[in-house]
Design a protein around this ligand. Structure first.
Ligand code: PMP
Length: 425
């Protein structure tokens, strides 16, 4: 029984932050601002569409649909993205439906990355990019967003975290196959500017590199900022796969409906992976999401549109959490997008008991201690960095603010009580 049972491709990727922190939050937390999902209900029009699909006359909605995407869903996605990208799209070849954005990403890496290929990942990053690149046989090459100190004692913004253009350029080589872009970015909430995207695009074109653009938070952008799609920039359509998620778009993360949009020359290979792994996604969920998009297409840009209302509501929630955290000295970095917020915990070192002989980073110790002793769950930021760089970013934790008013109030109460204890001790 000495032969290893696991495939070599799993070596070194078996540890996962979510397994540990989801369990800790479930066991100890009173208020869970850790994992990224809303605790408020999805819009009625979407759940009604699901119920109609489930109980309606068309019993074929209980069976397999087209493997690469239910026809009504790929059709409306093609119409919607035509508007957003300014180009005609063929629903059958330029769009594919996946089991959430997770599977979309998996298809991208499996289909496009070979043994020995390098894939550039911008730090901090949604943690699954690195193991997915490695499972495909590729080598991740990391480039960090570097924080610039804010001016005049103001709170930092996610826009203060920027790529160093020379450093970014230095990561592109003959071995570079792709770059992963995530805008708006989880965990920072950074919305990449046209200038930043232009720089990335220029390097992709110059070095003939593909772009895997994870845009699952495309509608969650605040303060009048605009989300720019890198596929719409010159020279980028043919080399970009854009990834989206109904989970984030319509606040239904449990439905696991995602998609990719891109040129057939790339998507044909993603279809091969999809065909030979998952094959198919739940028909009823696809039908309901299709109806959701049909509604949003009719209401595009109008005040009743969910894509207009949701960011408005979330901006208000963001501002509440910013205030609560700032009030206790946990300096928030104001996110321009997403439903995440990163806060600086460097002022709290004396609160957290030292663990002798532990090499666990401060943010991990802090987050675990906060869950257990304060009942408030958040995620350590260094989990979103590579092994080589994580020790440089251990003074931050990430909160999710896609929560009911009552949840955010309960978080505020915990923080206020904590502040009182600190001032009286
Ligand atoms: N990309 C990013 C940046 C995410 O934050 C998430 C979910 N947390 C996903 C992809 C996965 O999305 P889905 O739930 O649709 O699989």
């Amino acid at each position: 029984m000495s032969r290893p049972v696991q495939a070599r491709r799993l070596e070194g990727i078996d540890k996962n932050i979510w397994v540990e922190f989801v369990k800790l939050a479930a066991t100890y937390s009173k208020v869970n601002l850790g994992q990224g999902f809303p605790d408020f209900p999805p819009p009625d029009f979407l759940t009604e569409a699901f119920t109609r699909a489930l109980g309606g006359q068309n019993h074929m909605l209980h069976q397999y649909t087209r493997a690469f995407g239910h026809p009504p869903l790929v059709t409306v996605l093609a119409q919607f993205f035509k508007k957003l990208l300014g180009r005609d799209l063929d629903p059958m070849t330029n769009v594919m439906v996946t089991v959430g954005a997770y599977q979309a990403l998996f298809c991208c890496f499996q289909a496009l990355v070979d043994e020995g290929d390098e894939v550039i990942i911008i730090e901090p990053f949604f943690d699954c990019y690195e193991p997915m690149v490695r499972m495909a046989g590729g080598t991740p090459v990391f480039v960090p967003l570097r924080p610039n100190p804010p001016k005049d004692g103001k709170l930092m913004s996610s826009a203060d975290w920027q790529l160093d253009p020379a450093e970014l350029a230095s990561k592109f080589s003959e071995r570079t196959k792709a770059i992963v872009l995530n805008s708006p970015n989880n965990p920072l909430g950074k919305v990449f500017s046209r200038g930043e995207l232009g720089l990335i695009a220029e390097l992709c074109v110059k070095h003939d590199v593909l772009c895997i653009s994870d845009e699952v938070y495309e509608w969650l952008v605040y303060d009048g900022k605009q989300h720019i799609r890198i596929a719409s920039l010159q020279g980028m359509w043919d080399r970009t796969v854009t990834v989206g998620s109904a989970g984030k778009t319509f606040s239904v993360t449990g439905w696991k409906v995602g998609w990719v949009v891109g040129p057939d020359r790339l998507l044909q290979h993603l279809r091969t992976v999809h065909q030979n792994s998952v094959y198919h996604c739940a028909t009823i969920a696809q039908e309901a999401v299709a109806q959701g998009f049909q509604r949003e297409l009719r209401l595009y840009g109008k005040p009743e549109s969910y894509f207009v209302q949701l960011p408005k509501e979330l901006q208000q929630k963001r501002d509440w959490l910013v205030q609560s955290l700032d009030g206790v000295g946990m300096k928030p970095i104001i996110p321009e997008g997403t439903y995440f917020l990163v806060a600086d915990i460097s002022q709290f070192k004396s609160d957290v008991p030292d663990v002798p002989n532990s090499d666990e980073p401060y943010d991990y110790r802090f987050a675990k201690w906060m869950i257990k002793s304060k009942g408030l769950a958040a995620i350590p930021l260094s989990a979103f960095y590579s092994e080589a760089h994580k020790n440089n970013y251990t003074n931050f934790i990430r909160f999710c603010f896609a929560k009911e008013e009552a949840t955010l109030k309960a978080a505020n109460e915990i923080l206020q009580k904590w502040k009182q204890e600190k001032t009286s001790s």
